[in-house]
Design a protein around this ligand. Structure first.
Ligand code: MOS
Length: 712
C-alpha cells in the first residue's frame, strides 16, 4: 500500500477508465439510448406562483401535428403511490394530481408527440386560466415566520450568552442567494413499460437503487420489476439524489401512449424543477478573549423552503464542531415560500455555514490583530467539542501549513488595501471546510477469471468524480495486478446494492467493499496454491473463475470517533480599484481526506469543487421577480458560472494521511470539502484587498464600487 505523502505529482495516477468513451462521445447518457417506438415529451409549466388552475385548454395542442397525448390533472391516470401519500402532509409535488399551483413553473401538462420538435411546438399551444393566490417569495420578508422542522435543529452547550460578555466580539448577518446545480447534462429519462407491472428507465440519477425503490413504491409494483439504467451521468451535484415529478410524468405518459417516452428537461426547467441550494440568511455572534480564545459562538440560520415540503439544511451545525469553544448555540430554521423545493447541493449546509463562520472568524482576526491561521490554531481541537469523541483522523493543521507555504501567505499584508500590483489591489484570504465522513453499506461482487481478468460489480452511479477509475486503481493496488485487467460495472439497478453517489461517501463505502472483496479473493487464491499468478492458479485447479460477494458497512468505530473530512482554501485576488472587478489570481486547496487512492481524479475533484466555490463567491445567484414569483435568470446567459478565463492555476494538495479508524482503506470523501470554505476564502481575500466586507454573496462589482481604496 502506498505510504502517506503529500507530494502527489499533479500528473500522477491513472487516467479515467472511461475518459476516451466520454471525450469521443461513445459514452451514452440517458437521453441517448435508441429505444424502439420512442416518443417525446415536453412539460408545460404554470405561469403563476400560487393559486389553482381554473381551466386548462389543451385542444389546440391535441390537434397539432404528431401529437399523441396531452396529459393534465384532468385526464391523468391515477398514480397508486400518490393516493396513499394523502396522509403525508408534506412531500414532493404529486404531478397531475390536482389543480393546485404551489410555485411558478410547476408542471401542469405533458405533451407527447412523435418528434421532440412537434412536442415542443404543441406545448406552446397549451394555455391556462388561474385563480390567483397571493404569493410570498422573498425570504428576507419572511424570516419571522421561520420554524424548526425538527427538534434537533436547535442546539446548545454551555452558556449560549457567553459571547456577549467577551472582550472582543463580532456580530454579523450573512446572506447566500439561491444557487442552481446546472450540471452539463440536463435531467433526462427514457421511460418504458415492459408489462402492466414492469418498467425500464434510462434515467439520470445519483442512485439507481434509490430510483428503483422510489418508482416501485410510486407505481406499487415489485421492486425487482423496475430496471434503472444510469451508466453515465454528465454531472450532478445533488439534484439527481431523488426522483422528481418529471420522471413520474414520463412514466405516466408512457403508460398513456403505450410507447416509451423520452423527457429531457430544458435548461430553464433545470432552474425550476430539480431543486437548488436554498437562499439562506445567517446570523453569527462570536466572542473571544484578547488573545483569540473563543468564549462563545451563536450561529442561527434560516433557509427558504417550499410551501409543500419542509426541506432543511443545517448550515449552523459547523459552529458546533469546527473550533474548540465551550459555549455554543445554533439553530437551523426554514421559512416556507411559494417557490419550488430546494434540495441538497454540493456541500449542503456546510458550504453555507462555513461561508458565514469562516467570514466571521476572519472579521474577528482583524479585530484581534491576529493572523487568521494563527487564530484558527489557537482554537484548534482534536476532540469533537460536540460529542467529546476524538476525531477519527484530523490533520487539518498540516493542511493549514501546506496551503500557507504554497500560496505564499508570508507575503500577505495584515492591513487591508495596502498591497497593490500593476494598479490592482491585492488580497490574500483563507478559509476552512469540513464535511461529515460517512460510510454506508455497500455490496460488491468480484469475479476473477482464468484469463486473468477481474470484474467488479456494484449498483453505484458515477456523477463525475471518477468512481470506476478510483475503484480500479484500488483493486489493482490491492491485488497487485495491472489496471488494464480490471473492469468496473455500475449504473445498473440489477447489480449488487450500493449507496447513492452523494455526501462524499462512495470512496469510503464502495471502496472498502472493493478492498475487502480483493482481500477475500487473495485468501481464496492462497487456499488454491502458492502462486501470485492468479489465472494460472485457477487453471491448475480447473476453475474457470473465482467469485466473491462482499457486504460491507461501518462498525463500532462510529461510536468511538467523530468522523469528518477537512479542507482549507487559500486564494490571492486582484481587485480593480475603479471597476470593482475581482480577478482570481492564485488558488491553493488542501484536502485532509485520508489516504489518496486515485491522485489524478482526486486532483480533478478538488479543482472542480474549487471552481464551483469561486462561482458561489463571485457569480452565482438565482434572481426572482417577486411580482410574479418567477426566476428572472433561468438560463446560462444570465445566471453566471465561472468559465476558463475566470479561473487561474489551482493547486490541489493533499495531506494524504490515512484515516485508519474510519475504514480499512483509510480514505475519506472529498467531493464536498473541495467546495466548502472556498466562498469564505474569496470574501476574506476581497476584504484583505479592499477593506470592504461583503456578507451577501455573490461579490459582484456593484457591492464594492464607491468604497474602494484609491490606488496611486
Ligand atoms: Mo451531493 S449534495 O453529495 O450530491
Amino acid at each position: 500500500m502506498r505510504t502517506g505523502s503529500n507530494s502527489i505529482p499533479s500528473s500522477g495516477g491513472m487516467s479515467r477508465v472511461d475518459g476516451r468513451l466520454k471525450v469521443t462521445g461513445a459514452a451514452k447518457y440517458s437521453a441517448e439510448y435508441e429505444v424502439k417506438g420512442l416518443t417525446y415529451g415536453v412539460l408545460v409549466g404554470s405561469t403563476i406562483a400560487k393559486g389553482t388552475i381554473k381551466s386548462i385548454d389543451i385542444k389546440r395542442a391535441e390537434r397539432a401535428p404528431g401529437v399523441l397525448a396531452v396529459i393534465t390533472h384532468l385526464n391523468s391516470p391515477k398514480v397508486p403511490g400518490y393516493q396513499s401519500a394523502n396522509n403525508t402532509p408534506k412531500g414532493q409535488i404529486r404531478i397531475f394530481y390536482d389543480n393546485k399551483i404551489v410555485y411558478n413553473g410547476q408542471p401542469m401538462a405533458l405533451v407527447i408527440a412523435n418528434t421532440f420538435e412537434r412536442a415542443l411546438y404543441a406545448a406552446s399551444l397549451v394555455t391556462a386560466q388561474y385563480n390567483n393566490g397571493e404569493h410570498q417569495t422573498r425570504l428576507t420578508d419572511n424570516l419571522q415566520a421561520a420554524f424548526s422542522p425538527k427538534d434537533d435543529n436547535e442546539y446548545k452547550r454551555g452558556d449560549p450568552d457567553a459571547w456577549r460578555s467577551a472582550p472582543v466580539k463580532v456580530e454579523q448577518e450573512y446572506l447566500l442567494p439561491s444557487e442552481v446545480h446546472n450540471p452539463m447534462e440536463m435531467h433526462a429519462i427514457i421511460a418504458r413499460w415492459d408489462a402492466e407491472d414492469k418498467i425500464t428507465v434510462w434515467d439520470k440519477t445519483q442512485g439507481v437503487k434509490d430510483t428503483q425503490t422510489n418508482i416501485a413504491l410510486t407505481f406499487k409494483i415489485p421492486t425487482e420489476n423496475v430496471q434503472v439504467n444510469s451508466r453515465f451521468v454528465g454531472g450532478a451535484f445533488g439534484n439527481a439524489l431523488q426522483v422528481w415529478p418529471h420522471e413520474i410524468a414520463a412514466l405516466i405518459g408512457a403508460k398513456v401512449v403505450k410507447r416509451p417516452v423520452k423527457l429531457v428537461l430544458s435548461r430553464t426547467d433545470m432552474f425550476t424543477s430539480v431543486g437548488y441550494r436554498p437562499h439562506t440568511w445567517q446570523k453569527i455572534a462570536i466572542g473571544a478573549t484578547a488573545d483569540g480564545k473563543l468564549l462563545g459562538i451563536n450561529h442561527h440560520a434560516v433557509g427558504q423552503t417550499s410551501a409543500y415540503e419542509d426541506f432543511a439544511e443545517a448550515p449552523a451545525d459547523v459552529s458546533r464542531q469546527l473550533y474548540a469553544c465551550a459555549n455554543v448555540a445554533t439553530s437551523n430554521k426554514i421559512s416556507s415560500l411559494d417557490i419550488g423545493s430546494p434540495v441538497w447541493m454540493r456541500g449542503p449546509g456546510y458550504a453555507t455555514g462555513c461561508f458565514a463562520l469562516e467570514s466571521a472568524l476572519d472579521e474577528l482576526s482583524y479585530q484581534l490583530n491576529i493572523d487568521p491561521i494563527e487564530l484558527r490554531m489557537r482554537n484548534y481541537t482534536d476532540v469533537d467539542p460536540e460529542s467529546g469523541k476524538p476525531f477519527s483522523g484530523k490533520f487539518l493543521s498540516d493542511a493549514y501549513k501546506l496551503g500557507a507555504d504554497d500560496i505564499g501567505w508570508s507575503n500577505r499584508s495584515s492591513k487591508p488595501g495596502s498591497l497593490t500590483k500593476d494598479g490592482w489591489l491585492v488580497g490574500y484570504g483563507m478559509a476552512g471546510g469540513v464535511f461529515v465522513a460517512d460510510r454506508e453499506p455497500a455490496t460488491v461482487r468480484a469475479t476473477f477469471t482464468d484469463r486473468g481478468k477481474l470484474i467488479l460489480q456494484t449498483a453505484v452511479s458515477d456523477i463525475g468524480p471518477g468512481t470506476a477509475t478510483a475503484m480500479v486503481a484500488l483493486a489493482a493496488d490491492t491485488l497487485n495486478i495491472a489496471t488494464e485487467n480490471i473492469r468496473f460495472d455500475m449504473g445498473d439497478s440489477s447489480l449488487p446494492p450500493a449507496p447513492q453517489q452523494g455526501g462524499s461517501t462512495i470512496m469510503s463505502s464502495v471502496g472498502s467493499a472493493v478492498f475487502l472483496a480483493c482481500k477475500q479473493l487473495i485468501e481464496k487464491f492462497k487456499a488454491l496454491g502458492d502462486s501470485s499468478d492468479y489465472a494460472q492458479l485457477l487453471k491448475q485447479n480447473k476453475l474457470p473463475k473465482l467469485e466473491v460477494l462482499i457486504d460491507s458497512k461501518a462498525g463500532t468505530e462510529v461510536d468511538k470517533y467523530a468522523m469528518y473530512s477537512w479542507s482549507v482554501h487559500y486564494v490571492v485576488v486582484h481587485v480593480h480599484p475603479v471597476t470593482g472587478v475581482v480577478k482570481m489570481e492564485k488558488v491553493t486547496c488542501v484536502a485532509d481526506s485520508g489516504r489518496i487512492i486515485s491522485p489524478k481524479t482526486a486532483r480533478s475533484q478538488i479543482i472542480g469543487g474549487a471552481i464551483m466555490g469561486i462561482g458561489m463567491a463571485l457569480m452565482e445567484e438565482a434572481v426572482i421577480d417577486h411580482r410574479y414569483g418567477r426566476l428572472m435568470n433561468a438560463n446560462l446567459g444570465d445566471y453566471h458560472v465561472p468559465v476558463n478565463a475566470d479561473i487561474p492555476q489551482i493547486n490541489a494538495l493533499f495531506v494524504n494521511k490515512a484515516d485508519t479508524n474510519i475504514n480499512p482503506i483509510g480514505a475519506k470523501g472529498m467531493g464536498e470539502i473541495a467546495l466548502i470554505g472556498m466562498a469564505g476564502a474569496v470574501a476574506n481575500a476581497v476584504y484583505n484587498a479592499t477593506g470592504i466586507r461583503v456578507r451577501d454573496l455573490p461579490i459582484t462589482p456593484d457591492k464594492l464600487l464607491g468604497a474602494l481604496p484609491h490606488v496611486a
